[in-house]
Write a new protein. Structure first.
Length: 126
């Protein structure tokens, strides 16, 4: 039986769910200040839904996208600050352009050829 999405998860439950060993989760708590699960009696960790999302993001950055811990920290910090650019942050995904008609393509190619010719003449004259 699965827990509700908003339910707290213990370190063992989160470890099983995401297939990340508990000692790795504890290490990430030390390395990422924004990862702060609740600690109850006996120092038992209880991860809230936002903590679970943070762990998933950290896991994706480190294990799928190849970030270092320092790079992942910078990325997460920049995301919290807002839109300002951070040196190591990934750039926004390039959105595909809408499909051009043949006429649009011909016009674009003709314009690019004109620009190329103008640049070639300017270089020759220089």
């Amino acid at each position: 039986m699965a827990k509700d999405l908003g339910a707290f998860r213990t370190i063992g439950e989160l470890s099983k769910e995401l297939q990340i060993k508990p000692h790795i989760l504890r290490y990430w708590e030390d390395q990422f200040a924004m990862l702060t699960p609740l600690k109850r009696a006996g120092a038992r960790r209880h991860y809230r839904s936002e903590d679970v999302e943070m762990v998933k993001t950290i896991n994706r950055l480190l294990n799928e996208e190849g970030y270092t811990i320092k790079g992942a920290r910078k990325f997460l910090a920049s995301r919290r600050r807002g839109p300002e650019m951070v040196e190591d942050a990934p750039q926004a995904a390039v959105m595909p352009l809408p499909a051009n008609t043949d006429e649009d393509s011909r016009l674009i190619v003709a314009e690019l050829k004109t620009i190329r010719d103008q640049l070639s003449r300017a270089l020759t004259a220089a």
